[in-house]
Design a protein around this ligand. Structure first.
Ligand code: KDG
Length: 315
């Protein structure tokens, strides 16, 4: 059984040649995208047994997504190939210093048709951690119900749950996101969120107040990602800050998913929060140096060139 199980929509990715704005781009590289599978690949490269499930279409993008994940060592045995719906697509550009343009072609996709019956409760019950992101719940009513079932299966079996809200404004309005995410925060032992996202969900402002709200709802550890500033974490008693790695970034997409992989990997190995934050910063700092959501994810040899714990200051 996997140490970590995650689930959601994995799409085909068409990535414009580095620096070419989408509107004018003529060259594209084919890859895969999806926040949850990005984190799954990150964990697999770091040496963990990890499972991902979701629906893909019976088409070249779906087949290549499963083949890629399998090739990375991710257990996709519970993934469903949908005979009637297409695999979703994400088309985007990549720049270091300009906003990235993202186009989704995913409404009515196989991935959005994830449903309760796709959730193998026994498989989840045997895992060491269930990692979810808000994106899955935002895909459709069926996908939201599937998310709820997966969370319930984890809770019933005493499997800890980690949550990254991953708010994507193109998928739903902010009120809808808050409505979807609030119930999920009640079941998350570990929250890994952007500070702005956590502020939206909680209605609080600032790291301390926002984390306090999440801890009151049951989280045991809250990690707030501050983008290029780094990350801040608290368990209610202690607080930690980690600077981001100073690296030549070419494509920031996937940094949050990579951060999660680094943090969860360390957490699973019993490494205390400062060391886990440092590894998370290293893994995130690695992925942004290569175009693509997950191409720059490091393996465990590179992770060990960690940003350095001396940059962690307990306040
Ligand atoms: O974090 C990167 C993701 O945003 C990307 O891989 C695609 O999952 C995705 C989404 O829904 O935006």
């Amino acid at each position: 059984t996997p140490e970590v199980i995650t689930f959601g929509e994995t799409m085909g990715l068409l990535l414009a040649q580095q620096g070419q704005p989408l509107e004018h781009a003529t060259g594209f590289r084919r890859s895969i995208a999806g926040a949850e599978s990005n984190t799954a690949v990150g964990l697999a490269r770091l040496g963990h047994r990890v499972g991902w499930f979701g629906r893909v279409g019976d088409d070249p993008f779906g087949r290549s997504a499963l083949r890629t994940l399998r090739g990375e060592g991710v257990d996709v045995s519970r993934a469903v190939v949908d005979e009637s719906l297409p695999t979703g697509l994400l088309v985007r550009d990549a720049h270091a210093h300009r906003p990235i343009e993202v186009c989704y072609y995913r409404s009515g996709s196989a991935g959005s048709a994830l449903r309760e019956g796709d959730v193998d409760e026994e498989w989840i019950g045997g895992a060491g951690l269930l990692h979810l992101t808000g994106i899955t719940a935002a895909l459709s009513e069926d996908a939201r119900a599937a998310t709820e079932r997966a969370v319930r299966a984890a809770r019933d079996a005493g499997v800890p749950v980690s949550l990254d809200p991953n708010i994507r404004r193109k998928l739903a309005g902010i009120e809808r996101w808050v409505e979807l995410l609030r119930p999920l925060t009640e079941h998350a032992d570990l929250v890994l969120a952007g500070l702005d996202e956590a502020e939206e969900i909680s209605g609080c402002s600032g790291e301390r107040a926002t984390a306090g709200w999440l801890l009151e709802r049951g989280a045991r550890l809250v990690v707030l990602k501050l983008g290029s500033r780094g990350a801040w974490a608290t368990d209610g008693e202690r607080e930690w800050f980690q600077r981001a790695a100073e690296v030549p970034a070419v494509d920031p997409v996937g940094a949050g998913d990579a951060f999660n992989a680094g943090f969860l990997s360390a957490h699973l190995r019993g490494i205390p929060v400062p060391g886990a934050l440092s590894e998370a910063a290293t893994v995130a700092g690695s992925v942004v140096q290569i175009p693509g959501d997950m191409d720059g994810l490091p393996d465990s040899r590179l992770r060990d060139l960690a940003v350095g714990e001396e940059q962690v200051t307990a306040r």
